[in-house]
Design a protein around this ligand. Structure first.
Ligand code: AKG
Ligand code: FE2
Length: 215
């Protein structure tokens, strides 16, 4: 659902990085949120991630298909309750491929998406600048946002520093990054508490990134 009178057009933020505002309609957002709430339940549910430094990430996270830990992927929640990771649903891969087709005009190759990372942001949660580099595959990453809007900082592949673009991601937006932007640094410096669509029934923000692990 968009609260714009006219939906914003798709925008290429950097080469290979495309913002698709309002990509999921209100029903699709509700459907994805309901699924996220199921996935967040134990076993292999929502957890707080401890980085090798000992610091805790402020987002809480759950994985599908392959379990992400800092820094790799496993079939069980090695840094949590040890349970097998929940399966990656085929429909979510299809949603991701549709967004890739819209972003690039065509699908670069038939990507077998097999991972989703779901991040739950409370009002204080943030994500520092990082690269999604634990996959062994050049397939674009596809992100879907639900609930509160955020500032999504999309930088460059060389360093955490400038240049970057600050993009406002809102509930229902998709963001595709592949090609020369696949390994660009990105992060979420802040969310906008209370800015989500009233009808969705979510406090905070949820982001789902769909990825392919590759060989
Ligand atoms: O929350 C977001 O929009 C970005 C999430 C992200 O970068 C990640 O999960 O690696
Ligand atoms: Fe990321």
């Amino acid at each position: 659902m968009s609260d714009e009178l006219f939906p914003l057009p798709a925008a290429e933020v950097a080469p290979g990085a495309v913002h698709l505002p309002g990509w999921l309609d209100a029903e699709a957002q509700r459907e994805l949120l309901a699924a996220c709430r199921e996935w967040a339940m134990p076993p292999a549910g929502l957890r707080t991630v401890r980085m090798p430094s000992g610091a805790l990430m402020s987002v809480r996270q759950v994985s599908l298909g392959w379990h992400w830990y800092p820094y790799g992927y496993a079939r069980t929640v090695t840094d949590g309750d040890g349970s097998p990771v929940k399966p990656f649903p085929g429909w979510l891969g299809e949603w991701a491929r549709q967004a890739v087709r819209r972003a690039y005009g065509e699908e670069p190759h038939a990507v077998a998406y097999d991972i989703a990372l779901i991040n739950f942001y409370d009002d204080e949660a943030r994500m520092g600048m990082h690269r999604d580099s634990d996959e062994h595959c050049a397939a674009p990453v596809v992100s879907f946002s639900l609930g509160d809007a955020c500032v999504f900082r999309f930088g460059n592949a060389e360093s955490r520093g400038r240049p970057w673009a600050d993009v406002r991601l809102r509930s229902g937006d998709a963001f595709v990054f592949g090609g020369p932007s696949r390994l660009a640094y990105h992060g979420v410096p802040r969310t906008e508490p209370g800015s989500g669509p009233p009808g969705l029934g979510l406090r905070g923000r949820v982001n789902v990134t769909v990825r392919a692990l590759g060989e």
